[in-house]
Ligand binder design. Structure first.
Ligand code: CDP
Length: 227
């Protein structure tokens, strides 16, 4: 009855997954990180030397790939053909290459159909680039996150350092801005705000402030639907 789909799209490293996890946990919904699926495909392609420009290789890859999530109270982990790849898909190499694979129509079609399966019974929070525009255009709540690029890069840089990896701030800034540019300019489901999406500028807001803003809107929507 009051079950909904929450779509959170936006620019790279704007805190979409942090907020999505918090909302999913608060509502007791499922959280799906659609970016992790593009990252897992990219990891498979790198390992098997599959070029984003070779359609035969791409088709071969997609018929040999299985992506799953193991969801617990504490974390979500991504599995590629039953291997836990949660750490590996966040590597510098995958981050630098993922947008080139995410441009490919066949890859998008493959992942979008999987993403729609996850949302069949609603009660889901999904974050990405095209969730409100293409994957779930009828999602009841849609948000679009944007932020000052330097603040986004700083957020991602801190996450990387905290996870024990080493990258320079400059390198992360370059990666995040290149990805945003490729994601925005691509032909199939580019990064763009859906008309009925609520824009949230997270630049100068704390995690708790953004969470409160989102929750207010989501709870109002759910109440309206249950009336
Ligand atoms: O966490 P971050 O915002 O840096 O990125 P992500 O959500 O892990 O997504 C990684 C990449 O996957 C993006 O830069 C896009 O190229 C691609 N992606 C996409 O094309 N469509 C989605 N729905 C989600 C991710």
């Amino acid at each position: 009855m009051g079950d909904i789909i929450v779509a959170i799209d936006g620019h790279a490293a704007t805190g979409k997954s942090t907020q999505s996890k918090k909302i999913a946990s608060y509502l007791n919904y499922k959280y799906i990180d659609s970016g992790a699926m593009y990252r897992a495909v990219t990891l498979f392609a790198i390992r098997n030397k599959i070029s984003p420009n070779n359609l035969n290789q791409i088709n071969f890859m997609l018929s040999n790939i299985k992506i799953n999530f193991k969801i617990s109270d504490y974390e979500n982990r991504t599995f590629l053909n039953d291997e836990d790849v949660e750490g590996l898909i966040r590597s510098k190499e995958v981050s630098n290459k993922v947008s080139s694979y995410a441009k490919v129509k066949k890859i998008r079609e493959f992942l979008i159909s999987k993403q729609r399966e996850f949302g069949l019974n609603k009660k889901i929070v999904m974050d990405g680039r095209d969730i409100g525009t293409v994957v779930f255009p009828k999602a009841e709540c849609k948000f679009f996150f944007k932020s000052d690029i330097k603040i986004s890069a700083d957020r991602r840089y801190k996450e990387i350092i905290e996870s024990g990896s080493h990258r320079t701030y400059k390198d992360v800034l370059l990666e995040v801005s290149r990805r945003d540019s490729t994601d925005t300019k691509r032909k199939y489901s580019p990064l763009k705000k859906a008309e009925d999406s609520i824009e949230i500028d997270v630049s100068n807001k704390s995690v708790d402030e953004v969470f409160k803003d989102l929750l207010l809107i989501i709870e109002t929507k759910i109440k309206r639907l249950t009336k």
